[in-house]
Design a protein around this ligand. Structure first.
Ligand code: TXA
Ligand code: MG
Length: 350
């Protein structure tokens, strides 16, 4: 398949290009498009065949459900069975935006979308390109991250091209995604909202609106037989580059010293080493590829750069990566959740 790549104005998308992309979706094809979190791989969310194509293109296990993307509030009623009051409050506060909510699903939503679950995840993005394409298609659009399964989510069109070129109909290039980490997922189908995946909309932000919010305890530790994440996709060793990634924690000086010792040892064996540093520390490391995620306190910048850097380590065929860690609070929780998965929970405390 020949994948068309079209450049679009991210703030003010050209209507003819939007219509072209929407036509592909209406005809059962697949279109990757930018959202404010990461690029999504869109297909008709009510069409079992289109959803099958999404799973095939990504190489995604079929028990891992897709998110349905909408472009106006009124679309929600047709795809969910019920909108609990706390869900209503959260959507008023945070939609459109980087929040996905899990509701009891309506019958029209195929089980092939929900991985056989009785619930459906719904997101109302704020990116002008995503909104315009979804609206023009007139459909709820199934949209997983537009990466090959197991790779870091794409935050640029070039990442999508690298993973999915030849496997999908179209890639709409609208520049870099703003947040760079996938949306927060909150399950509002039970008594208390439960965060299944941390993201830019934090626990504290939601608690201000609805009171108690819980976090799926499986989010920050290695999944075990008894501790399985409630979002099926969170159980996979996701987001990982080919290199062996290790997080290194401790006081700043010891972290730098330890990583440089490890780099020296790997160099003796002829290995290539990458370091995921911060602005404050990048000049102190001796790795072959030292990338700064941003200022240590700037979680927005760090989140936006994480996947880009993980992909670069792949590109440079690095054998080992050492990464600094961050506080697991606010948006730091989302960063650490993704970093832990990239590292397969490998961590060195010094
Ligand atoms: O920011 C995002 O959410 C991006 C952009 C493109 O919108 N999309 C995204 O989709 O990250 P995906 O498919 O890569 O991740 C969706 C996650 C998976 O971990 C999946 O298991 C979980 O949502 N999920 C989907 N439906 C669910 C449901 N009914 N119950 C629990 N988890 C669900
Ligand atoms: Mg994904």
């Amino acid at each position: 398949m020949n994948t068309r790549v079209i450049k679009i104005n991210p703030e003010n998308p050209e209507i003819d290009l939007v219509v072209e992309a929407a036509e592909v979706l209406k005809n059962g094809g697949l279109v990757a498009f930018p959202t404010e979190t990461v690029y999504g791989l869109g297909g008709n969310g009510l069409d079992t065949d289109a959803c099958k194509k999404i799973y095939e293109a990504k190489g995604r296990p079929s028990d891992n459900p897709l998110i349905l993307h909408i472009s106006q509030f009124s679309e929600l009623r047709s795809i969910v069975r019920e909108i609990p009051p706390m869900g209503e409050k959260l959507m008023e506060a945070f939609w459109p935006g980087p929040l996905t909510m899990v509701f009891p699903k309506a019958d029209v939503v195929p089980l092939s979308v929900t991985g056989g679950l009785d619930t459906v995840a719904v997101r109302f993005p704020t990116h002008p390109v995503a909104l315009a394409i979804i609206r023009a298609s007139g459909l709820p659009i199934a949209g997983p991250s537009a990466n090959s399964s197991g790779k870091p989510s794409p935050t640029r069109a070039s990442h999508v091209e690298f993973d999915l070129s030849g496997k999908i109909d179209m890639i709409v290039d609208g520049g870099a995604s703003h947040w760079g980490l996938e949306s927060t997922i909150v399950d509002v189908s039970g008594e208390v909202p439960v965060i299944l995946r941390p993201g830019a909309i934090t626990k504290e932000m939601m608690e201000d609106i609805v009171g108690e919010v819980q976090i799926d305890p499986a989010i920050l530790s290695k999944p075990t037989k008894d501790l399985k994440p409630k979002a099926p996709g969170m159980k996979y060793t996701h987001y990982s580059p080919k290199a062996e990634v290790t997080m290194v924690s401790g006081d700043a000086d010891s972290v730098v010293k330890t990583i440089n010792e490890l780099v020296a040892n790997h160099h003796k064996e002829g290995k290539t080493v990458g370091v995921m540093a911060t602005e404050e520390t990048k000049a102190l490391y001796q790795g072959d590829y030292v990338f700064s995620l941003g200022n240590r306190e700037d979680f927005e910048e760090i989140g936006a750069n994480l996947y880009k850097h993980l992909r670069k380590f792949d590109f440079y065929e690095v054998d080992f990566v050492y990464a600094e860690v961050f506080a697991e609070e606010g948006e730091g929780l989302a960063i650490m959740n993704r970093l832990q998965k990239a590292a397969g929970y490998r961590r060195l405390d010094v």
